[in-house]
Design a binder for this molecule. Structure first.
Ligand code: SAM
Length: 210
């Protein structure tokens, strides 16, 4: 089996195991390499990420935003924002405010650069924080590409969002919460990442129990 034939969620889980081996070295060297490029950015890792960075494919980002049924006054939070692709797309395509949060200073640095190169600084804020310590109650749309157990850990905070807020998760469900919509997406045959499948879940606050 080559790399391209492994479905994305399995790659994510394999990468999660690898990160346990590599984090110590990364944490020691990263403090030296990260430039201070945003007020909320610290070069000191807060703690080891709960899941490694695996970017969401652009067509999946588009579909996640479509499923969110975005309105002009929405505020989108991407919890674990990686390189900031979801918050940048939300600002560029829908003109809404968006907040990207990541614990990893390297990802924060990449997100800040992404925001600047796409000239959406007036709409997008990037924060370095632990999503489990974060106050995100102003969010009306939340996007997730984490792991099932991390989604479940976020449930108490997600449940307190304003009624009508939408939560969209790439690939992972949220045990105990019945999704309002589940969409499957296959990659096109010529996708440079090879064959991939994504399942997207949507919940609307307050969700029904499963
Ligand atoms: C699978 S990536 C998803 C990136 C982006 N949302 C996307 O869809 O392209 C998960 C991200 O979560 C971040 N992360 C992991 N644990 C975190 C935590 N406790 N607080 C904030 N970010 C975290 C990782 O650094 C990584 O960038």
């Amino acid at each position: 089996m080559n790399r391209h034939s492994i479905p994305i969620p399995h790659r994510l889980l394999a990468a999660l195991c690898l990160t346990n081996l590599t984090w110590t070295v990364f944490a020691q060297t990263n403090a030296l390499n990260t430039a201070a490029s945003a007020p909320s950015e610290s070069s000191v890792p807060l703690k080891k990420p709960d899941v490694v960075f695996v970017p969401t494919r652009p067509e999946v980002v588009d579909l996640m935003l479509q499923m969110a049924e975005i309105k002009t006054n929405d505020i989108l939070y991407d919890l674990g924002c990686g390189d900031g692709r979801i918050v940048v797309a939300a600002a560029k395509k829908y003109g809404i405010k968006a907040v990207g949060v990541d614990i990893d200073p390297q990802r924060v640095k990449e997100s800040v650069a992404n925001v600047r190169s796409n000239k959406v600084e007036h709409l997008v804020t990037i924060k370095q924080a632990d999503i489990f310590e974060l106050d995100f109650q102003e969010a009306t749309v939340v996007t997730l590409y984490l792991l099932p157990e991390l989604n479940v850990r976020l449930m108490p905070k997600l449940a307190k969002l304003k009624p009508g807020s939408r939560i969209i998760s790439d690939d992972f469900d949220m045990k105990g919460a019945k999704p309002k919509e589940v969409v499957h997406l296959n990659s096109s045959p010529d996708d440079e990442n090879g064959e991939a499948q994504n399942t997207l879940y949507k919940w609307v606050v307050p969700w029904d129990p499963e």
